[in-house]
Each structure stands twice: as structure tokens, then as C-alpha cells.
Design a protein around this ligand. Sequence first.
Ligand SMILES: [Mn+2]
Length: 338
Amino acid sequence: MDRKQKQNVINCDYSHRVSAKERLNKFWEVFDKEDEVLVCINADPDSLASAMAIKRLLRYRVKNVVIAHPNEIRRMNNVTMVERLKIPLVRFGTFKVADFNKKVIVDSQPNHLPQFEKIDFDVIIDHHPLGGEWNASFIDIRPYGAVATMMVEYLRAASMKPSVALATALFYAIKVDTQNFEKSSQTADSVNFRYLFNIANRNLVRKFELTDLRRSELKYFTVALNELKYSKRRYYSHIGKVRSPDVLVIVADFLNHVGEIDWVFVSGIYGEKLVVIFRCDGYRKSAGKLAAKIFGHLGSAGGHKESARAEVPLKNLDLGEREFTSDTLLKLTQRHMT
Ligand SMILES: [Mn+2]
């Protein structure tokens, strides 16, 4: 037995047979009053909410809890969640792991990121398939729709009613990880989702869900509408240089709201590549096949029936001195359509 005294181990085979109260007590047993606790996450709604819950569970039980993430938080939904719920975070590289005597990983396992692999974790709580044989004092890995659901079980076992901010985070996390219960989930996910429903601020959740743009990106809509070409129930728009290809997707999805439109094609230049986003109604059409037909021989192209994407190095387009415009996009596309 090493210093961690394995008798605390709750392994995965048996963790689902343990009561929530028992699990909570085993989790608490890992910690002492003087502990400096580091909670490591690969930041997304589920891991953020779960880390907040761990912080709540350890309040008054340890000296300090810090939530740390190695990844940049880029998705605007997640940026908004962090800002509006004022989730305190530190980025890997700005602190010393050695300054913390207890380490927790939640919604991930040590093999998921190289930054996690080097850390000796005391607690692992996750819902992904078991990725290895972990040597932690406390392990709770169950195939729930979201770790947030597991954390609600811990909170309820501890008789801790979550604050509005924490409930909102957990509620959003379950929505995202179960894709609004369209993805596989367990009864526990729905039961605890229902429990959070009355506590969470659902207007705030709606704002997280809606937010996908920066103020600086709104100008691309002006360009997209100015450049818009219409022909045979199809929209074409070339936006030119963009800071991120994500905005092309947002513009294409927006144009796809228009009722009389069967196809939407939105393109832009990102770095040295032309990126084209395809949208259609998916009925007797395949955006993926069309994308491959038009751009497959020039770069990467493909997707689903209703949505597709092509990325082509500009040098492969053979434009010469000509500029790529909405008209170029229209001509390229129409050649392959009847
Ligand atoms: Mn998750």
C-alpha cells in the first residue's frame, strides 16, 4: 500500500451499487481541513458545472479549491457561461501543480490530455468509458448522460440545495451533454434535470444557448447580405477574409431560415484556404455529395445530407488575377447542379 491507502477506492464495477450517501462520504474522506485542492477540467459546460459542484461540496472542508483548465475557451456559449456565472478559473501554465496537495479530475480521465497525464490524481469523477487502470483514492466512473447528473446526486446526498448559479450551470450541462435528451442518457439524468428545473435560471440558459457571436463578428452579416446573390431558390454569398470560419457557419444557418430557399452557399477566406459552407433542406438532396462533387478534387469536402463543408487551398483554385466573389461561387456550384 502506498501513501494513498487504497481502502478508499470505489472502483467502477461496484460504484453503481453504492448508495449516493456512501459515495459522498468516501469522497469527503479523501480531504482534510488544510488541503489545497486543484480541480482539473477540459473546460466545457459539463466539466465547468461539475467543478463548481465539487467546490461547493468541499466548502468549509478544505482550505482552498482552484479550478484549472489547459484548453482555451473559444466557443461563445461557454465564454458566456463562464462570464455570466462568474466561474473562477485559472489556466494551466499560470500556477504550479506542486502547490496543491490534492488533485481532482472531473468529466475527463488522465489519458484524455497530455497535461493531465503527468498529474497524480486523488479523485477521478467521470462518465466517459473507462480509459485505463487508475490509481486514485476515489474513483467514480459511471455511464451517465452528464457528470453534472452525478454531481447533483452528491449535492442532494449532502442535503446541499444548489445556488441559482450552480443549478443553472448543472442544468445547462445536462442539456448540452445529452443534446436536450436526444442523445443517450439515463433515468438519473432526467430525474435530476427535473430537480434542477425549479432552481435554475432558464432565461440565462437560453442566453448561453443563443450566444455564438462576438460583437466584432456582426460586420460579416452586413457583408454577407450586401454580397448575397439569389438564383433558382438558392442563396450564394462570399464574405471574403474572416478571422474564424465559424462565422461562415453562423451566416449560412441564418440564411437557411428563409422559407423559399432550398440551398445556401456561404464562402470565405480563412488563412490560405477557401472555406465553403453548404446548407439545404436535405430532402432528395445531399449537401455532402454536392460538396464532394464540386470541391473534392481540389481539397477536403464532404458532410451530411443537410449540411456540408469544403476547404480548398486557394492555389488549387487557379484564380490567376481574378478575385473570388459570390458570382464565382454561383458559377462553380451551378455547373454541378441541374
Ligand atoms: Mn461530460
